[in-house]
Design a protein around this ligand. Structure first.
Ligand code: AMP
Ligand code: FE
Ligand code: FE
Ligand code: ZN
Length: 286
């Protein structure tokens, strides 16, 4: 049998993807993915629906999250695989982030509306699925619905960037604390796209060292936001610190160009991730 296709970073409508967890799993099965990771921003809300769909379609499911963290000026996205979905400390932190995201989004909309952009609170709220983690892509979706733009990408060229005058921050944990929370919840932390080229500030070597001391397991090296230099830097850090390298699509349905399985993770790396979890939340296999 050829090597399984393993894609460990995707989003559904439970955060800023455009497909429901069921549709996401269906799309993954159709794309030939054998092992799918669902990693919605700051929530485990899609896990149960994805698990039902994965069982029906006969594909394996790795239940995960992607936590937005802040370190100084730098945004750091931390994937957490196989965490206990009932861990009170982790769940409280995620709930705090989601609540802050909701108020922050409305403040961004106010700034945009004050500047004459045709958008309202209700327009944006209409784009967020019930209970989903709100994010900037939902503002873009409201602009699409209002006929202002045609694709999310256009809004992210200026209005929705971190440098935009409309940008407002939201509460997000320190990345070392987030690693500790994921580990304490029995999960496996991996930094998502650590050196994303479109960001002004990304993680420093010193931060990766601190996160490793706290229990970091891997770096997502193979991702469309990384070129050869970023991948080489991941390899260098991983060799030095004993981390594994993952690869994934960061699929968001039609909301982003990223295609399922455009980057993948090696089976032995998945085995390391699985072994590093405490097993409260298992990889679901058909
Ligand atoms: P937020 O979570 O509110 O900080 O918004 C950031 C999210 O916007 C990221 O997780 C990306 O998924 C999404 N995003 C960033 N750039 C783009 C883009 N060009 N097109 C669509 N979505 C994007
Ligand atoms: Fe996203
Ligand atoms: Fe991310
Ligand atoms: Zn992501």
């Amino acid at each position: 049998m050829s090597s399984p296709v393993i894609d460990l970073h995707t989003h559904s409508t439970v955060s800023d993807g455009t497909e429901t967890p069921t549709e996401l799993v269906e799309a993954a099965a159709a794309a030939g993915v054998d092992v799918l990771g669902i990693t919605d921003h700051d929530t485990v809300g899609g896990w149960d629906e994805a698990a039902t769909a994965a069982e029906r379609l006969g594909i394996a499911l790795v239940r995960g999250i992607e936590i937005s963290c802040t370190f100084g000026e730098a945004g750091v996205h931390l994937l957490g695989y196989l965490t206990d979905q009932h861990d009170p400390d982790l769940m409280a932190e995620l709930a705090r982030a989601r609540a802050s995201r909701a108020t922050r989004l409305l403040r961004m909309v106010e700034r945009m509306a004050d500047d004459g952009i045709p958008i309202s609170h209700d327009d944006v709220l209409a784009q967020v699925a019930d209970g989903a983690t709100p994010g900037r892509p939902h503002i873009a979706d409201a602009l699409i619905a209002n006929g202002v733009i045609e694709h999310r990408d256009e809004a992210f060229e200026d209005w929705l960037t971190d440098e935009s005058p409309y940008y407002v921050t939201h509460y997000s944990p320190d990345p070392v604390r987030a690693v500790e929370l994921i580990r304490a919840a029995g999960g496996v932390p991996v930094i998502a796209h650590p050196f994303t080229r479109t960001r002004v500030d990304t993680v420093t070597d010193a931060l990766v060292e601190q996160m490793t001391a706290a229990g970091l397991v891997g770096l997502e090296a193979f991702h469309r936001d990384h070129g050869p230099d970023e991948i080489a830097r991941c390899r260098w850090l991983a060799d030095r610190l004993g981390l594994v390298l993952t690869g994934s699509s960061d699929y968001h349905g039609v909301g982003k160009q990223n295609r399922l399985a455009e980057n993948t993770t090696a089976p032995e790396v998945l085995a390391t991730i699985e072994a590093a979890g405490t097993g409260v939340t298992a990889v679901l296999r058909p």
